[in-house]
Design a protein around this ligand. Structure first.
Ligand code: SAH
Ligand code: SF4
Length: 350
């Protein structure tokens, strides 16, 4: 099933220009193609009516236009959350989620098939690492949902890298995908409407800070207790809390942007008032926001999410220390589309 043809979404604008130059086509062919792909979400090259018929055929021979096949789509009971399992050209599986919330149409997309970082509470971590996605495969997820939403005159308003995988472990491809989505000649999604969530790869946080990007950054902190964090997230042994928070302070200094800390609250594990006070102490003076989300259930982790009362009490402690805090709504739990619940079950292929 592997195709030799490159995915059209893998090309930068200038690579597309080079392609047409080689074919002795006028430069505006690149713009026509870019607009067809990223403003009109064309997936069948023969539908790109702005291009001559023979050129469409040539493009179709040279490039692949979809890159992913939806295998299964499930909707939450309230119909507001939709999760789709996709198969990539080589058979690798990924999932992506569309969440409708008020005016927002937020896509939660994947940067890798699986994840090698092994956080114990995360379904993606439990399935292991398969491979990095290319920038085109990342973009293709967004185009798929953009096409679906266009059918009801809706559009993608936000994109978050909170699906499968660690975006900073696939840094180059993720940045290239963000560039393509942000490009005003095409899809034109504002940088502030996109969010990268990282497990806390401190060196990559610094690298990202140096780009002075307007893209939002969320850091999955979960606890400031090194021993507990290492138990929950093996990567903490390499980048312990102090080094991670140093990188976060560097990010704020460099960009002047508020970053978000994510905490999955686990009943009796990281959700006490003392845990909240320790967190507040560590985050003092840092331009940030804390997002609390009661842990979602996954197959191989026995603990449960904290009750809402405890989450509220945790939030109160932070706010007393002037650290803004929200408790995130649980979305899509009935279809395992909540945070950390994405795992491609290959049985679904049959
Ligand atoms: N690898 C990145 C992004 C993908 S995970 C990261 O770790 O940040 C997206 C978010 O879901 C992270 O904040 C992660 O900690 C959280 N998460 C993972 N498993 C979870 C679970 N079972 N319940 C709630 N949140 C979870
Ligand atoms: Fe990977 Fe993020 Fe899951 Fe950890 S929480 S295993 S980094 S996807």
């Amino acid at each position: 099933m592997t195709s030799q043809r490159p995915l059209i979404f893998d090309l930068t604008y200038s690579e597309l220009e080079d392609y047409f130059k080689l074919k002795d086509e006028p430069a505006y062919r690149a713009e026509q193609t870019w607009v067809a792909l990223y403003k009109y979400f064309k997936v069948d090259v023969h539908d790109i009516s702005t291009l001559p018929t023979d050129l469409r055929a040539q493009l179709g021979e040279d490039f692949l236009f979809e890159g992913l096949t939806p295998l299964r789509t499930i909707r939450s009971e309230d119909g507001q959350t939709v999760k789709t399992l996709f198969e990539l050209e080589d058979g690798a599986l990924i999932e992506a989620v569309l969440m409708r919330y008020d005016e927002r149409r937020t896509l939660c997309i994947s940067s890798q098939s699986g994840c090698g970082l092994g956080c114990s509470f995360c379904a993606t971590g439990q399935m292991g690492f398969s491979r990095n996605l290319t920038s085109g495969e990342i973009v293709a997820q967004v185009m798929f949902f953009a096409r679906e939403l266009a059918k009801t005159d809706e559009g993608v308003t936000n994109v978050v890298f909170m699906g499968m995988g660690e975006p900073f472990a696939n840094y180059k491809q993720v940045m290239a995908a963000l560039d393509r989505l942000n490009d005003p000649r095409g899809f034109g999604l504002g940088a502030r409407r996109m969010t990268i969530s990282t497990v806390g790869l401190a060196h990559k946080i610094r690298q990202f800070a140096d780009t002075e990007s307007q893209i939002n950054l969320a850091v999955s902190l979960h606890t400031v207790d090194d021993e507990l964090r290492s138990q929950l997230m093996p990567i903490n042994k390499k980048y312990p809390v102090a080094s991670l928070l140093d990188a976060c302070r560097y990010y704020v200094e460099k960009t002047n942007r508020r970053l978000t800390f994510e905490l999955a609250l686990i009943d009796g594990v990281n959700d006490s008032a003392a845990d909240a006070r320790a967190l507040a102490y560590q985050l003092q003076g840092l331009l940030c926001h804390v997002n609390l989300i009661p842990l979602n259930p996954t197959r191989s982790y026995a603990k449960t999410g904290s009750p809402v009362d405890r989450a509220k009490a945790f939030c109160d402690v932070l706010e007393e220390s002037n650290i803004p805090c929200t408790i995130r709504l649980r979305r899509g739990i009935d279809i395992a589309a909540g945070c950390g619940q994405l795992a491609a079950d290959s049985n679904l292929k049959s």
